[in-house]
Each structure stands twice: as C-alpha cells, then as structure tokens.
Design a protein around this ligand. Structure first.
Ligand code: AMP
Ligand code: MG
Length: 336
C-alpha cells in the first residue's frame, strides 16, 4: 500500500546469531512496498510462494493501486459482492472510527484523491470542494445492504473508501496467522516498516526493532532513533516526515483530519504504537497523528483499560529546528 522509501519507518536491526540455526530470510515486494521476513522453521520450508500469494490476494481486496480490487470496485459504485476480508477490514475501520471519535476514518478516500497522490493537486483544491466532500462524508451512507451477510455495501455517491491506514498492518497479521498455522512460532515480519515479532531467536534473545529518527527530508537515509525489544507484539509507525508536502515552510502530512477535510499540520513527526495486533497499531498510529501529541496523551490516559494503546512513542518538532521524543512508561519498558 505504501511506497518503500516513504513509509519504511522502522528498520530491522540485524543481530548476529551465534548458533548455527540461522533464520530463513525472505525479501520481496508487495503492496507497493517491501517485505522483510525472518523465521525459524524446524522443517526449513521456503514459504515465499505462500507469502507472495497471500499478499497478492490481499491486494485484490484492499489495494487502491490494483485497478480491479474490491475496494476500487466499491469506490466505482459497481456494488461488487464483498468477501469476509473486506467486511472485516470495514468493520474494524468503523469500530476504530467510533473509538477515536472520528480521528480515523476509512471513508476519507475522496478527500485523499482530491489532494492527489503525493498531494500534487493541492494548489488547485478549493474550500468549496473540501466542504462539499466533507458534507457528503458526514451525512452520507456507508452500511451493508444486509448486516447478516455483509456481502453488499450501500455507499453514497461521493464517498470513497481508503484502507491504506490499516491495510498494511492487517496484512502483517495475516502473515503472522499463516506462520502460526504452520507451526512456526519464532518470526519477525516487516511489511513496509510495519512489524510483528513472535517468540525469540534460538539463543533466547528477543527480536530487536528500530524506530526511525525523523529524516531531514524524504530523501534522507534512514537512521535509528531508538531500538525496542519486541515479543509477541507489533509495532507500527505513522509519520509525516517522509510523506508530506511543504508550503510556506510548513510541512503537511499525508494524513487528513476528517473533522476539517484538510491535511494535518501540527508538530507531531511520527507516532509508533506497540500493540498485540498490527492492524490495531496501524489504525491507532494514524489516529494519533490526527489527534496530535496533547490529545493523544489525553486519549491514552482516558483508556487505561486498553493495553493496546499504552505503549506509544512520539517524535515531535520542538519548533527550534530540532525535535523531541516522548515515550509512555509502557513503551519505555520495551526500549533496549
Ligand atoms: P498511515 O501511513 O497508516 O498513517 O496511513 C495514511 C494513509 O491513510 C494516507 O495515505 C491515506 O490514504 C489514508 N488516510 C489519511 N488520513 C486518514 C484518516 N484520518 N483516517 C484513515 N485513513 C486516512
Ligand atoms: Mg496507519
């Protein structure tokens, strides 16, 4: 779903394994980005064909870059028959929308398109266009024809779905499920910087994952700000410093605030969320980018019962030409 350089926001730190039992490492491309997978399989299977096929079939459901994907058909008002993956993505997205009081909104597609890929049309976007799409977004319909079968969607003309803020994390979870089903319990999966890790290496050490330091600009080399140990958890980063545009010295991110219909432009440079599921971390990281630092911290405080939003790492602009970081106590525990 995301381009390799733009959203490879976390890096794997490769740590030498002293035991002869080396992981199988697979690299490839999917969803417009890369994947990087390491696993210890007692049966030494090459799972590349299964991985590629799973990611490919997921793209035919949720990718906006695949002409005939289900989401593209839905957005063209072709009313295709939906499958259970589509319904699950939509149900999860709508639930997160409600939970985050609208900060996350998968019906934002028409607004994202209005600005154009990479916000290339932004100078031509008028307030009238934004307000009219916002009105449809707020008043329009998006529900199943039959909520028991969930196989057809009623979507108002003018609303377009966009699963990009959740799909990559979701794909990571699908891969993790596949490994679990194959009896592989020690693996690290990274799809475009969205990472999940399970078990450990043969020497008993944890998987280590790096969180990227804010880059000077989108072309800068990736550097690691902090490294965390990840065990049976996922970490996803959403950031504005690789996917952005600049106008009058202000950087605007690729994230849109559904309340205003405009790109978010506060001081947050990136948010990393560690949760049990990658789709959840992905969705919440995007929602926190919309909320900004202060509102996100309030939100986390208001939900002490939710373990999946407690471990969060914020990098923000200090408005003095540099940046600051804030790790919640739960995230601090993960830092190596
Ligand atoms: P992420 O990198 O996971 O934060 O996802 C960002 C992508 O999600 C953008 O490129 C848009 O396609 C889409 N998006 C933008 N704003 C929102 C939003 N408020 N809620 C959900 N998806 C969004
Ligand atoms: Mg996201």
């Amino acid at each position: 779903m995301k381009t390799p350089t733009l959203l490879a926001l976390t890096l794997l730190l490769t740590v030498a394994c002293t035991r002869p039992n080396q992981p199988t490492r697979l690299q490839g491309e999917a969803q417009g980005t890369y994947y990087n997978i390491a696993y210890f399989d007692p049966q030494h299977r090459n799972l590349r064909p299964q991985i590629d096929s799973l990611l490919h079939s997921f793209d035919t459901v949720a990718s906006l870059w695949v002409e005939n994907s289900l989401i593209r058909q839905v957005n063209r008002q072709e009313q295709p028959q939906l499958n259970s993956t589509f319904a699950d993505l939509l149900d999860k997205s709508l639930a997160i929308e409600q939970y985050t009081q609208g900060a996350f909104n998968c019906k934002i597609g028409a607004l994202v398109n209005l600005y154009g890929f990479g916000f290339k049309n932004r100078d031509d976007v008028t307030d009238t266009q934004i307000d009219s799409l916002l009105h449809i977004l707020q008043q329009g319909q998006c529900h199943y024809q039959d909520s028991s079968t969930k196989d057809r969607l009623i979507l108002s003309e003018g609303i377009e779905l966009d699963f990009n803020a959740i799909a990559q994390g979701y794909a990571v979870d699908l891969l993790a499920d596949m490994f679990d089903q194959k009896g592989i319990h020690n693996y690290l999966i990274d799809v475009g910087g969205e990472v999940t890790a399970k078990g450990c290496k043969p020497d008993g050490s944890s998987w280590t994952v790096g969180i990227e330091r804010p880059a000077e600009d989108k072309y800068s080399q990736q550097e690691i700000e902090t490294a965390i140990q990840l065990n049976n958890r996922s970490v996803v980063t959403s950031g504005s410093y690789r996917k952005y545009y600049e106008q009058d010295g202000v950087r605007y991110s690729h994230t849109i605030d559904p309340a205003t219909g405009r790109p978010v432009n506060h001081s947050l440079l990136s948010v990393s969320v560690a949760s049990r599921k990658a789709w959840y971390a992905d969705a919440l990281a995007t929602a926190f980018m919309v909320m900004g630092l202060d509102k996100s911290l309030q939100f986390i405080k208001l939900h002490p019962e939710n373990p999946d939003i407690q471990a969060v790492f914020f990098i923000y602009d200090d408005h003095q030409g540099s940046y600051k970081t804030y790790a919640t106590p739960e995230f601090n525990i993960l830092i190596k």
